[in-house]
Design a protein around this ligand. Sequence first.
Ligand code: IVH
Length: 718
Amino acid sequence: MYSLHSVLLFIPHYLHLLLINLHMYNTTMVKEMEAATQNWLANVQPTVDNIEALRNVLRFHEHRYYVLNNPLITDFEYDTLYKLLEKFEIENPQSITKDSPTQRVGAGLIKDFPKKQHLVPMLSLENSYNAEDLLDWDRKARELSKLDSIEYCAEPKFDGASISVVYENNQLFCGVTRGDGETGDDITPNIKQIRTLPLSAAFNRYGIEQIEIRGEVLMNKTNFKKYNDAIMEEGLPPLANPRNAAAGSLRIKDSKEVGRRNLEAFLYHVSYISKIETDALVPLPTTHSGMLQMLWELGFRSPQNEMKVLKGIEGIIQYVAEFENKRDSLPYEIDGMVIKVNDLNLQEQLGITSHHPRWAIAYKFKARQASSKLLGVEFQVGRTGAVTPVAKIQPVQVGGVTVSSISIHNEDYIKEKDLKLGDKILIERSGDVIPQIVKSLAELRDGTETEIVFPRTCPVCNHTLEKPVEEAVWRCSNINCEAQVVERIIHFVSKDAMDIRSFGEANVRKFYTLGLLKNVPEIYTLNFTEIGKLEGFGQKSLDNLKTAIEASKTQPLHRLIYGLGIRYVGETTAKTLAQKVNNLLEFKNFSQEQLQQLDDVGVKVAASIHAFFSDEENVKMLEALQQLGLNMNSAKSISTDGNLSGQTFLFTGTLHKLKRSDAEAMVEANGGKILSGVSSKLNFLIVGEDAGSKLEKAKKIPAIKILSEDDFLKMLPT
Ligand code: IVH
């Protein structure tokens, strides 16, 4: 580590580089800046002599963030440094320089699209992290305005890409990215693809000729998951968060592709209005919440239903806390709340600093990004033999949980992310997205980092691994590989399969290690006397386990099929299969072609099912399960002669009247079938809100009837 003294000596040496050409700095400088950053964060006190060094550190990080799109520190760390400088400059106004990071709006641009100047510069907001910060901010606003209590509007801080849209004479005129705050990229054709933005709106009702509105473009969690699933299916690495997906999508040159991404926008701030000299029919709102309502009424998506207007900061503090609890259940990502002075006149009176408006503040929720270190990689073998590398990282808190291991998917992913053992890494846990490594901070390497070597033999059974050309995953093809056997048993007892509640992963592993359980049929012949001798197995837990195992014998056939863990056979295909036979063992006699005739079963799936039932070991296992009393027969509970008999259905998008699972159950109860994807075998696609690629695909197949949720309900018997 560098001493503070040596760091300070280095800074002036690089100063000319920073001012002249930020693109030309080298790796040594990155390390020096990183060391200087750590020193400032470790409580170095600013003085008139060292304050320029702090400014340089901030300039450096701004450049990383805005120009290179590649930050080295978290927002919180940046804010801490920024506030340190700001506080010093307030106390020592004579030391402020014209080019201090506190004296400007933003930084550079990405040179792609035509540039367009915003009508009003797009400022960013000051950040706050706790109730104290908010109380402080409120106190300052009250002092400035000489009011006892201020009315505020609190609304979500949407975590996407910010945009500015201008409407002229009721028509959408242009859409521009934030850029450097003064000038952004003109992305109008892409903006027009966002369906939550009307192409025209009756602003003339208010006598508005030109209006500039700020908002955030988002990809909702469902679409993000679909998008990530689709790119992962192609063997490509997933994106870490919906924000990157939204920002990246806005920069695509092909607007049609932008349309396919199903972006949405929330509009939350009117920054400029010019009026026509006429008697407007409706007076312009005088409050921020009034503006949000006006936008809502004109057909925009504003946070009209999410906002709360309250007098005094205390209620607002409570509201933001309540909202933080709801964060994970929202359909889109938010990273905090924004609190705004509601009265527009008062906003104007409070004005802006060089950087932020004084009338608004962002309240940031717990960070979902953190930095850590890549300590090692374990290679785990799944139930189908897929070998997945799992990164072991220095444990770190992200979004309220401690993360110590993260899947790093496959060998190509490791190469693409340029991961090395010993690397400092940036990780993110975004809502219900599993934690992911955003990137390695390669600039901070010191030469001790080592390559991650992907094994060519199974780390559990030593069998040679195989990788079909078209796949991204290496696989162990030894079906008796211990790891696969254990994972298969875990899958068999799991909730969506046989649902043997008291069993669970830990017990499977424990019993297997002790030699009490070697394969699936042995679940039903467990030696309870031996298990009773184990620590933690009292009479009550033994009884619970026995009952749960016994109860699983009568599970419907589709659960058993799903529990077998046949590759590509998910719950939907398992249901299709269960409907096709009276007894499971009949599948022994099915040819691959016959299997392919079934709804939802393509070549790949048929081959996999066929291989499973052609394997003598598997058949023996099924016969053993039948002997042990498991239900192998098709439950006739699902009707095949209701009024949807013979018809196939698929639901997509968000349903409003029915839960997806209930709707699917209704189809089955009336003799219809659920398919898992759009194909020529599909008869009806039922479309909810925000339907995506399935709808697009279905539109290309004329035989598929596309219906709304209401149309579907009309098909059911009353
Ligand atoms: S108001 C002049 N409201 O957060 C104030 N911003 O640094 C204009 N953001 O750049 C911003 N949700 O991209 C505002 N409800 C909201 C917001 C919001 C997200 C973003 C916006 C801005 C950043 C604040």
